[in-house]
Ligand binder design. Structure first.
Ligand code: HDE
Length: 707
């Protein structure tokens, strides 16, 4: 099957069906759906036209409010298979039996942009999973970055107002690179660690299928013996973690704003089901005390070098939604959708989330009965005394609507009456204290982990962070905001601050600005506690490379560009090998139709140079054949394919012996480069495949200035 949905839909005519007549919403058969009822063919329309009115009325109300954050998303159905049960930690049924399968629905999202915005914004990605367990719904509402901007939920509306488009003019869309975000970040030093992740390549993933997922907040597990543990949830993609580069991300946003959504859809349609290992990082109460940061502070990560992750099962996505609105748009996640055996910690961010999600569904979906929508309905039966409300669908029969009652035999019973206490129980933790609006001093170090994150990156990882800060702060028009943020960077890492300051034409500040200290002092006494900051630590698990998979090119997309006079024999060899490796090779030429090879045979074109683009592919293959390559060298767009692939550090294969495209493109500027492969023999094809598996040749970017 071709790896492209528009093509699939166009293939063949749909069979004619005569078994479904058009009806109104009331089931009335419709004979004419093209003309309104009028008084004479040229006369005015009649108000009595109930069929027209129903059609327009429904259309007028088709839109619902988009999510206040995470508006842009893509979803898929799948299954979670448990390999390694953990009944010693949790009594949750779906975590207790080897091989247990639980249906899931997953929604990926960007945070800042509107519903129609680009997939490739520099942003955090949502990774929300609905587990339809036999004991009720468990929602793991996570992100692809393990920490968050703020520590207390009360700051969330401020954060979101600051990062969303500016209120005067709704500019810019789906971008943090503007005054208000950086103003907020510069005044709230607790954002420092998360901002470091946001400036890293994590914020521009190659695919939803190639990103990690994190529960972010600390949760608790409760076992059947009543013992509790702290837990962090992790998801690790089987395809490894991979990103695009920023110049590429910006171009993809124009060429295909649905890049991630389409990638997910096509992979599932093609049977390349995306998979992640689900892991738990479990801490006893004693281990919690041994860490030098607070696990209730969502701006902190627990490096897996300190507390290992135990992978317990696999999440697989294997079915696309039948209808985007009914499923992906109407799905309603909530961290408070829990099952027995899982509970919250006292993380003040998580505690605030517990109010927000339920509340927002009401204004978004319009009724407290959103749980009855098919995508939100638990798979196990529900029985309770909640009644009525707009759009109620269940029709309760022969039951009482109050508790206790004796009318319907007393049913439904509380679970502890039914089965000896197997229902949901909160972890029976002691909670006593004076009412107080204050931040714990244990949340007060905002810089150690930000510095650890930066220092744990490879050379290219650091360079990309420097470039991202220079871009984002460069878009800030208020110089005092730029300078104030440099103050934060100067505490995180002097070298980083110096590089960025130089590019902004500003001096490096000597520590935090007065304004930053003033704001943070409203939250923390004696701020900043700089003596507590520990700089210079590194953990390999915080780098992207630690999570890459370099063995496979499965599901990768390769562009083969050619025109008349190409080498069909070489193309066929390449095609066969790429297919065997589970990747896709698209044939792209200067026009559609059949293109004639040097030998006179023809090949069918998948796309033209203008309908696709280099940035939509993982690698480029310039098919051999002197006449073909000489003509391509004279087509500006073909040269752009080469230049962009080169600039974005992709593997490039050049077939045949012609030097024409090398001379016409920036290839002539690059001396030795292991990911530029001349295809002369079958072995060269193998080298090319290995280079694609490497994802990018970062050395090229470090050695040349191609941007
Ligand atoms: Fe959310 N978040 N959030 N969030 N969040 C929403 O709920 C909120 C936070 C996350 O695909 C909203 O249904 C508050 C952290 C995802 O439908 C809203 C705070 C994490 C999604 C909301 C946070 C997330 C949301 C908007 C700070 C990572 C998309 C629409 C206390 C663990 C779910 C909706 C989907 C969506 C509130 C912080 C993840 C307004 C108040 C931390 C993946 O309720």
């Amino acid at each position: 099957m071709k790896n492209d949905i528009t093509k699939q839909n166009d293939e063949g005519a749909a069979p004619v069906r005569r078994d479904q007549g058009l009806t109104s919403n009331q089931g009335t058969t419709i004979a004419d759906d093209f003309n309104t009822l009028k008084s004479g063919v040229r006369g005015p329309s009649l108000l009595e036209d109930f069929l027209f009115r129903e059609k327009i009325f429904h259309f007028d109300h088709e839109r619902i409010p988009e999510r206040v954050v995470h508006a842009r998303g893509a979803g898929a159905h799948g299954v979670f298979r448990l390999m390694d049960p953990i009944p010693q930690f949790s009594k949750a049924g779906f975590l207790s039996q080897v091989g247990a399968e639980t249906e899931v629905f997953v929604r990926f999202s960007t945070v800042v942009g509107s519903r129609g915005s680009t997939d490739l914004a520099r942003d955090v990605r949502g990774f929300a999973i609905k587990f339809y367990t036999s004991e009720g719904i468990f929602d793991l509402v996570g992100n692809n970055i393990p920490v968050f901007f703020i520590q207390d939920a009360i700051n969330f509306p401020d954060l979101v107002h600051a990062v969303k488009p500016e209120e005067r003019n709704e500019i810019p869309q789906a971008a943090s690179a503007h005054n208000t975000f950086w103003d907020f970040a510069s005044l709230m030093p607790e954002t420092a660690h998360m901002v470091m992740w946001l400036m890293s390549d994590r914020a521009i993933p190659r695919s939803y299928r190639m990103m990690q997922g994190f529960g972010v907040n600390t949760y608790k597990l409760l076992n059947a013996q009543g013992e509790s543990f702290f837990v962090k949830f992790h998801l690790k993609p089987k395809l490894g973690v991979h990103s695009v580069v920023w110049d590429e991300a910006q171009k993809i946003s124009g060429r295909n704003p649905d890049f991630h959504r389409q990638d997910l859809w096509e992979a599932i349609e093609n049977g390349d089901y995306p998979e992640w290992d689900l892991g738990v990082q479990i801490l006893t109460n004693e281990q919690e005390q041994s860490l030098d940061f607070d696990i209730l502070d969502a701006t902190k990560v627990i490096p897996e070098e300190l507390i290992p992750i135990q992978y317990i099962g696999t999440l697989q996505l294997n079915r696309n939604p039948d209808n985007f609105f009914a499923e992906t748009e109407q799905v309603a996640f909530h961290p408070g959708h829990l099952v027995p055996g899982i509970d919250f910690s006292d993380d003040p961010l998580l505690q605030g989330r517990l109010f927000s999600y339920l509340d927002t569904q009401l204004s978004r979906l319009g009724s407290p009965n959103f749980h009855e929508l098919p995508i939100n309905k638990p798979k196990n039966p529900t029985h309770n005394f909640r009644r009525d409300g707009a759009m109620r669908q269940d029709i309760p029969k022969d039951t009482g609507n109050y508790n206790p009652h004796s009318i319907a035999g007393g049913c439904p019973y509380l679970s502890n009456v039914m089965s000896g206490g197997s229902g949901f129980e909160s972890v029976p933790a002691a909670a006593e204290g004076r009412k107080i609006r204050k931040r714990s001093e244990t949340f007060g170090d905002h810089f150690s982990q930000a510095s650890t994150f930066y220092n744990s990156q490879s050379e290219i990882g650091k360079k990309h962070i420097q470039d991202a800060f220079s871009f984002e702060l460069g878009k800030v028009t208020r110089e005092e905001v730029r300078f104030r943020y440099l103050g934060i960077l100067s505490v995180v890492d002097k070298e980083l601050a110096t590089i960025v300051a130089d590019r902004l034409g500003l001096p490096v500040p000597d520590g935090l600005s007065e304004e930053t200290i003033q704001t943070a002092s409203q939250i923390f006494e004696n701020y900043p506690a700089l003596d507590k900051i520990k700089l210079g630590f590194t953990y390999p698990s915080l780098s992207v490379e630690y999570h890459c998979d370099f063995d496979t090119i499965k599901t990768r997309k390769i562009a083969a560009i050619l025109t008349e006079g190409f080498d069909l024999q070489e193309l066929k060899q390449m095609q066969a090998r790429i297919k065997e490796e589970g990747a896709t090779l698209d044939i792209i030429a200067d026009k559609y139709g059949d293109i004639i090879a040097a030998t006179g045979e023809t090949v069918k074109v998948d796309y033209t140079l203008v309908t696709m683009d280099s940035v939509l592919y993982d690698a480029l293959y310039v098919v051999g054949g002197n006449a073909s390559q000489e003509k391509l060298a004279s087509i500006k767009k073909a040269v752009c394919y080469v230049d962009d692939a080169l600039k974005h550090n992709k593997a490039i294969a050049i077939g045949g012996n012609s030097n024409a495209l090398v001379q016409a493109s920036d290839l002539r500027l690059v001396e030795s480069d292991k990911a530029i492969v001349s295809i002369r023999t079958a072995d060269d094809i193998e080298v090319f495949i290995q280079r694609i598996a490497q994802h990018r040749n970062w050395q090229r970017e470090l050695a040349n200035n191609l941007l």
